[in-house]
Design a protein around this ligand. Structure first.
Ligand code: DX5
Ligand code: ZN
Length: 229
């Protein structure tokens, strides 16, 4: 379906989180990070139930779909995700990630995302045991490891996430499947190289990119750190 938007499959994916963008100029902000060298656009959807914040829904994704050909990496921090999967797919989501803590029938949800033609991801919160995602690992395209408690941008990176990434990487390798490990929360130039060494292959960065005046310079600095790995 939207597989063409994954035309390039970089080893390391940098995915700016638009949660920290200026929503009044969202189209321009997305164009700016695309021009600055972003690989995917990370879109945080919050429902005020699963997480203590409200953000945006599929209509907004639909309206910014036309401004970029980059894949939309949609992170659903919502209850009842099943009810909205098709809406997000139709709006132009490429990756749809759901939380293990929020999905009662996770296997069904993951397979529904794939049936819709999207890549399917599972996410886990910082205090959720790695074991909780092991049964679904062979079925997903991506694991999104939360390195902050979801709900807000600009939070401090939780250090224990590095060891958790290492463990997840080992478990992913055991499946023999090409599952991409992505990390979300407090990622920046100070920790990206360590995370890559731990096996992370996609990096969400909100505050680290959007709080700086020159997005291209910031993304280049992140890539320079990755080049040291
Ligand atoms: C947190 C969101 C993140 C957030 C990351 O709930 O899932 O994607 O925007 O923001 P930073 O990079 O600022 O921690
Ligand atoms: Zn996110």
């Amino acid at each position: 379906m939207a597989e063409h938007r994954f035309s390039s499959e970089p080893t390391y994916v940098i995915a700016p989180s638009i949660l920290s963008a200026d929503f009044g100029r969202l189209g321009d902000e997305i164009r700016a990070v695309e021009k600055a060298g972003a690989d995917w656009i990370h879109v945080d959807v919050m429902d005020g139930h699963f997480v203590p914040n409200l953000t945006l829904g599929w209509p907004l994704i639909q309206s910014v779909r036309k401004v970029t050909e980059l894949p939309f990496d949609v992170h659903l921090m919502i209850e009842n995700a099943d009810r909205y999967l098709e809406d997000f797919q139709k709006a132009g989501a490429d990756v749809i990630t759901v939380h293990v803590e929020a999905c009662v029938h996770l296997h069904r949800t993951i397979h529904e995302i794939k049936r819709l033609g999207c890549r399917a991801g599972v996410s886990l919160n910082p205090a959720t045991p790695i074991e909780s995602v092991l049964p679904i690992l062979p079925d997903v395209d991506l694991v999104l490891l939360m390195s902050v408690n979801p709900g807000f941008g600009g939070q401090k990176f939780i250090e224990a996430s590095v060891a958790r990434a290492e463990r997840l990487r080992a478990e992913i390798e055991r499946t023999g499947k090409p599952v991409r490990l992505e990390i979300d929360g407090g990622v920046g130039v100070g920790n990206i190289a360590r995370l890559a060494r731990a096996g992370v292959r996609a990096f969400v960065a909100g505050n680290a990119i959007f709080s700086t005046p020159d997005y291209a310079a910031t993304i280049a600095a992140l890539r320079a750190e990755l080049a040291k790995v």
